[in-house]
Design a protein. Sequence first.
Length: 150
Amino acid sequence: MTKFSAVLLATLGASFVLPAAAQFAKPEDAIKYRKNALFVMQQNFGRVAAMAGGKAPFDAKVAAESAAVAEFAAKLPWEGFGPGTDKGDTKAKSEIWTEKAKFDDYAHKLQTEMAKLTVAAKSGSLDNIKVAVNAVGGTCKSCHDDFRAK
């Protein structure tokens, strides 16, 4: 793991020691938190997806590190979808709160698929990574189609 990744994981992990309610004094704080967690996840997943799609040179070590960070980050944003966070600077649709069970299922599926991506990336097999990237991408698309405004 690169020094940057280790520091990033440690920083993100330390931010979750406090209960979610204590972290978010205002709904805007929760929105900012979830957007940043999703950004970190997307950046790391995107790095692996670019390799899988032939848009970036394949580097097994970078793929494994990036997948691990994306998997960790996939656990983070969901606390930021609390009460009052449906308004403001967000693309979140109101269906997140009216169809909470479905949204939670998507979040769980994403975490499951990210874990599979990490396993695939650790194998060093680009073919395995491609399969896992497609599964993660499909999960992201399903959630965005149902719960993210354009």
